[in-house]
Design a protein around this ligand. Structure first.
Ligand SMILES: [Zn+2]
Length: 244
C-alpha cells in the first residue's frame, strides 16, 4: 500500500470499536482511541500518548465508578471562582471542576482529603516592554525601560492518585494588571483560602489515621489483673472491664 493509502486507512477505536473519522484519532502507545472515549478520560490526565489500551481501559472503568462517587458527593463548602474546589467535609472528599452548575455531569474525579500531598499558590508575572518611537521611526527603549505587567494566579494541588499527580488551575478570570489592584488581592485571597483549606483537611486526616495506626501498649487491667491491650472502645480483652 502506498503512503496515501496508508494515510486514509480506516482505524477503529480500541475501546468501543467505532470507526474513527479523519481528524478524530487520539493516538495511544499501542492503538487508537476515538474522540468520544477520549472525552471520558480524567480532565487532569495528560499521558495518553504513552498509555496502552489496557491502561486506558482501566482508567475508563475507574471513571465509570467515579460517577457513583459524584452522585454520593455532598457539597458542604465551595472555594474558588471560575474553577471551583468543592469539599464534602463529612466524607472527607473533594473535587475540582470548572463545569459550573452542571458540574456533576462532567464527572470530576472525586478524591479523598488524605490523597492531597501538597498545595501551592503561584503568581506568574508577564512583562512586555513598552517602546517609544525614535527619531528615525525605530523602536527605542525608555531609560529606564518601561513594561506592561500582567499577572496570573495559579493553584497547584499535588495528589496521590493513579492517573494524574497534580491538578493545576488559574484562579483569576483574565490577566490582572498590577499586584496592587483590588482584583489581584481578591484572587490572591481566593488562592490562599484554597491552599489553607486543603492543607488543613490533609493535616487533620493524617493525624486521625496516625492515631488509628498508633502502636497499642499493654496495660494491667485494674479489674482482673491481666496484662491486656485495650480494645477499640477501651476495655480489657479478658474481663471486658473499662480501662483508664
Ligand atoms: Zn471509542
Amino acid at each position: 500500500m502506498g503512503i496515501f493509502g496508508k494515510m486514509f486507512e480506516k482505524k477503529n477505536c480500541a475501546i468501543c470499536g467505532d470507526e474513527i473519522g479523519l481528524l478524530g484519532n487520539r493516538k495511544l502507545e499501542d492503538g487508537n482511541l476515538c474522540k468520544k472515549c477520549a472525552a471520558k478520560l480524567s480532565p487532569f490526565f495528560s499521558d495518553r500518548r504513552r498509555s496502552t489500551v489496557e491502561q486506558i481501559r482501566e482508567q475508563l472503568d475507574y471513571r465509570e465508578a467515579n460517577k457513583q462517587a459524584v452522585a454520593d458527593f455532598k457539597v458542604t463548602r465551595t472555594l474558588g471562582n471560575d474553577t471551583k474546589v468543592l469539599l464534602d467535609e463529612d466524607s472527607h472528599k473533594f473535587c475540582v471542576t470548572s463545569a459550573g452548575g452542571h458540574w456533576r455531569d462532567a464527572n470530576p474525579d472525586i478524591l479523598d482529603f488524605s490523597q492531597v500531598t501538597g498545595c501551592n499558590v503561584d503568581v506568574r508575572e508577564y512583562r512586555t516592554e513598552i517602546y517609544r518611537e525614535g527619531p528615525d521611526g525605530t523602536q527605542v527603549s525608555y531609560d529606564p525601560p518601561r513594561y506592561n505587567v500582567s499577572n496570573e494566579i495559579y493553584v497547584t494541588i499535588n495528589v496521590n492518585a493513579p492517573y494524574f499527580d497534580e491538578i493545576e488551575f488559574r484562579v483569576n478570570d483574565g490577566l490582572i494588571e498590577g499586584q496592587g489592584t483590588a482584583e489581584f488581592r481578591a484572587s490572591k485571597e481566593q488562592a490562599d483560602e484554597i491552599r489553607e483549606a486543603l492543607t488543613a483537611v490533609r493535616e487533620e486526616t493524617r493525624s486521625q489515621s496516625e492515631a488509628a495506626n498508633a502502636p497499642k501498649t499493654a496495660v494491667t487491667c485494674p479489674h482482673c489483673g491481666a496484662t491486656t491491650i485495650p480494645t477499640a472502645n477501651g476495655c480489657c480483652e479478658y474481663c471486658g472491664g473499662a480501662i483508664g
